[in-house]
Design a binder for this molecule. Sequence first.
Ligand code: B1M
Length: 215
Amino acid sequence: MAVIEEISEFLQKGRAKNVKVLVQQAIDEGYDPKAILNEGLLSGMMIIGEKFKNNEVFVPEVLVAARAMNAGLEILEPKLVEVGNKPVGKAIIGTVKGDLHDIGKNLVAMMLKGAGLEVHDIGVDAPAETFIEKAEEIGADIICMSALLTTTMPSMQDVIEVMKAKGVRDKYIVMVGGAPVNQSFSDQIGADYYTPDAATAAETAKKAIQLKNAS
Ligand code: B1M
């Protein structure tokens, strides 16, 4: 079995240590980091997601698979991230209140770093106030919010409402994303940008900051 398929297999079994070793092996064998990510790690996670949907596996199995995914991402990060010399700007990123999903958020954070941004990750289940306090503290350019549950999407709006109440809405660019989020929801809550994936998020954030600085 090719090493990439093995990564997917071990990820599905939640074997974090094996996934780490195999990701390193794939890097050493010269595989493209994007192929390791897409055909190894993400493909394994998609299979688990499908099985979860069909009640073939349950939360504990998904949790260990997610841990294995994050373990693999840690090894892959230096290969995916090629940071430029001059920081493009500063970003706050977090998964919104009530939501514990962090794989997509971690990927977006990684790609933002790769695009040259200084990234401050406030983790999962992040209250609205934390996004704003941290943004004020570090002088952020952009606030990035991730949500994976339809029930936590309104937490994104809460962040924007608190920003308005504190009079800082226009100080920051706001970007939202995550599987259930779309352009129409983004427009509805008054975010500046919706992006569907980590690569587009990084590209968009960089352009948006450059645009803001030029105006
Ligand atoms: Co959860 N879960 N989960 N889960 N889980 C989903 C999201 C679900 C779709 C599964 C399903 O039913 N098919 C479903 C949500 C249904 C809905 O609301 N629409 C669901 C559910 C119901 C739940 C629980 C409620 C289950 C329960 O307890 N009964 C529970 C909720 C817990 C909570 O958050 N309060 C729960 C728990 C969990 C685990 C803890 C077990 C685990 C998370 C572990 C972790 O993240 N550390 C988990 C997982 C792993 C999943 C699935 C299987 C995989 C999610 C994932 O990581 N995908 C997921 C099913 C699925 O998606 N197929 C599912 C890979 C990741 C790379 O993709 O996060 O979409 P994603 O990120 C993408 C884009 O969305 C985008 O970029 C990334 C790729 O480039 N993106 C952004 C993300 N954030 C962005 C931000 C941006 C821009 C782009 O700008 C700022």
